[in-house]
Ligand binder design. Sequence first.
Ligand code: FE
Ligand code: FE
Ligand code: ZN
Length: 287
Amino acid sequence: MILGSHVGFKEQQLLGSLNEALEYDANTFMFYTGAPQNTLRRSINKVYTDKAKEVMKENNINIDNVICHAPYIINLANKEKNWDFSINFLKQEISRCDEMGIKYIVVHPGNALKEDRQVALNNIIDAVNIVLDTQNKCTILLETMAGKGSELACTLDEVKYLIDGINNKDRIGVCLDTCHLNDSGIDISKFDDYLDTFDKKIGLKYIQCVHLNDSKNELGSHKDRHENIGFGTIGFDNLINVLNNPRLRDIPFILETPYYMDKPPYKREIESLKTGVRVTEQEDLVK
Ligand code: FE
Ligand code: FE
Ligand code: ZN
């Protein structure tokens, strides 16, 4: 089982993220290379990166399972709004990943805004094809979205359309987000049916990461508000079944559940997912 949470990337960059993950007894983690809402980035510090790789080895953490998440301000779907900026910024994020040896970057495919959805999907394909060049290495994982506002990639057909249009199939994959799936109308209690359809339409090998989150909202609500494991509408048993699904073995599962009373719940959430013993009071998550 490869299980961790999103963590910070502040003072000591990758080493700081790793140390936070180790506090949660995680064997992987996901980080943003800076604030997800802005483009201020410090250059990658080689000393911290090298030390992080050393500590990963000591703790049996495979760097190939460590995930970067691109900032939300990137929108590849609308050529009128920040399209060139988004392409350039994603390229820069990928080179930061390459510098650290990080293999996967999760990207929200984009928001159509006032653009026609079909045109917007084509814009995403164009952008990804520009971003993936011979100078860089990192694989882009397109995240499945809830369909909030004008978000794209909230149906399997849209995800399939994107994957089909991207030329470099070796460097494109999908990150499933259970909260987003639920909110987009996928019943997680029938997760195997979803995987069957995914396999038929796209191919399971494209699923290279899962964001394991409960949801605050009902099936099909198109909201996207994450909840702590077992305290939302998806529920503990359904999330455990996703985590233990034999068809998703050997890929990283990342918690992006909210802090509770300003404290990270990840140590207890990871423990309860590993043991299968659920935490019944939400405040116990942060004790
Ligand atoms: Fe995301
Ligand atoms: Fe997510
Ligand atoms: Zn979300």
